[in-house]
Design a protein around this ligand. Structure first.
Ligand code: NAD
Ligand code: WQD
Length: 360
């Protein structure tokens, strides 16, 4: 029986595939490669020495996705696939709602049809909005403040309603805080398209010389040094949290939300300093105005995941910076794969002809 990993070629998905394979799971990856490269999965195979099926399928392609279910025995789904850029979601909200919600509807309908009722869903701390007390617990008020966050909030509600309609489902809603870092091999990591929106990839591109200088968005917050404080979590710790959640959904019914964070907050300037120490590189920066919508402080109360999943983030900020730097230094231009060589591969990439005809 296999674990279906949607969006498995992406940043968090590829790291989770490594941990799943290392733990002996059979996996099947479905990805439309709209924000990732096949190269990331080739490297997953290189790291683990394992082969696995990859379907170049858009979740919006119901026919193509059904082939994945009809051709394989699937026991659970980890659902990473989705668009995730807050700023972009404000400018193209309809596409975000369509891609993230319709894709999830199609996925869940097929899961129901094929009797697959175990689901781990990639949610986000962004569902909490920006007005909560810290540390934030799972029962804090929900109130996303942008279309991207609202897709996550709505999907959480939809999955709760799905469970109410059929209590044979078992669903874990994982609310990630700020994932950063990379696998220790330096072979896989975060590979943002264009200018990074997020802090850590921006810092690492300044350190490697791709970008000139970091803009620090505000230094007048009521925090230790005036800059924004966030809960940065190593992507490998996050990946391991998915394996714990998978274990839970395979053995108990219901819907539960879990914060996946470290429970510690670091400021922007603390991250800059930590990265300079880890990389030995100077990271120049300029203090600029606040970014609209940013909260001053956001970090998790992660005690529920510790108690119920037996999961605790283990890696500290310096390891997060060291692993980020190793990836960035070894891959200054990310995976650098030409999109059109998707069909050249040396391990099974199963596609349906119709799939290549799919246009978003
Ligand atoms: P990512 O963009 O690297 O990975 C997402 C993957 O999904 C990509 O490979 C993309 O090609 C694929 N995809 C998108 N739409 C698809 C579709 N319609 N059909 C098939 N594949 C599709 O993003 P990530 O950082 O790995 O995030 C994974 C998940 O975690 C996302 O749902 C994201 O919203 C969520 N999340 C991310 C963060 C973060 O800071 N990275 C924080 C909280 C939650
Ligand atoms: C972190 C801190 C910025 C960039 C976002 C999404 C959230 C989730 C995780 C998907 C803040 C500051 C940043 C820069 C800066 N993604 N910053 N200069 O905003 O906490 O969360 O990613 O679910 O939905 O909102 O992360 O990395 O953008 O910012 O000063 O160039 O770094 O102000 O304090 P954020 P971030």
């Amino acid at each position: 029986m296999a674990i279906l990993v949607t969006g498995g070629a992406g940043y968090i998905g590829s790291h989770t595939c490594v941990e799943l394979l290392n733990e002996g799971h059979e996996i099947i990856v479905v990805d439309n490669f709209s924000n990732s490269k096949l190269e990331s999965l080739k490297r997953v195979s290189e790291i683990t020495g394992k082969l696995f099926k990859i379907y170049n399928v858009d979740l919006l392609n119901q026919k193509g996705l059904e082939e994945v279910f009809s051709e394989n025995k699937i026991e659970a789904v980890i659902h990473f696939a989705g668009l995730k850029a807050v700023g972009e979601s404000v400018s193209i909200p309809l596409w975000y709602y369509h891609n993230n919600l319709t894709g999830t509807f199609i996925l869940c309908e097929l899961m129901k049809k094929y009797g697959v009722k175990n689901l781990v869903f990639s949610s986000s701390a962004t569902v909490y909005g920006s007005t909560n007390q810290v540390p934030i617990s799972e029962d804090a008020p929900i109130g996303a403040v942008n279309p991207y966050g609202r897709t996550k909030q709505m999907i959480e509600e939809i999955l709760r309603d799905l469970y109410i309609s059929d209590q044979t489902w078992s669903i874990a809603l994982l609310r990630y805080f700020n994932p950063i870092g990379a696998h220790e091999s330096g072979l896989i990591g975060e590979d943002p398209n264009g200018i990074p929106n997020n802090l850590m990839p921006y810092i690492s591109q300044v350190a490697v010389g791709k970008l000139q200088s970091l803009n620090v968005f505000g230094s007048d917050y009521s925090t230790k040094d005036g800059t924004g404080v966030r809960d940065y979590i190593h992507v490998v710790d996050l990946a391991k949290g998915h394996l714990k959640a998978l274990g839970k959904v395979q053995f108990s019914k219901g819907v539960d939300a879990y914060n996946l964070g470290t429970g510690k907050g670091y400021s922007v300037l603390e991250m800059v300093k930590a990265f300079e120490i880890a990389s030995g590189k100077k990271v120049s920066y300029t203090i600029t105005n606040r970014r609209p919508g940013d909260a001053a402080i956001c970090f998790a109360d992660a005690s529920k995941a510790k108690i119920e999943l037996g999961w605790v983030a283990a890696k500290g900020i310096h390891e997060m910076c060291e692993d980020t730097w190793r990836w960035q230094k070894n891959n200054p231009n990310g995976y650098e794969e030409e999109q059109d060589n998707l069909i050249e591969h040396n391990f099974p990439v199963l596609t349906s002809a119709a799939d290549f005809l799919v246009s978003n």
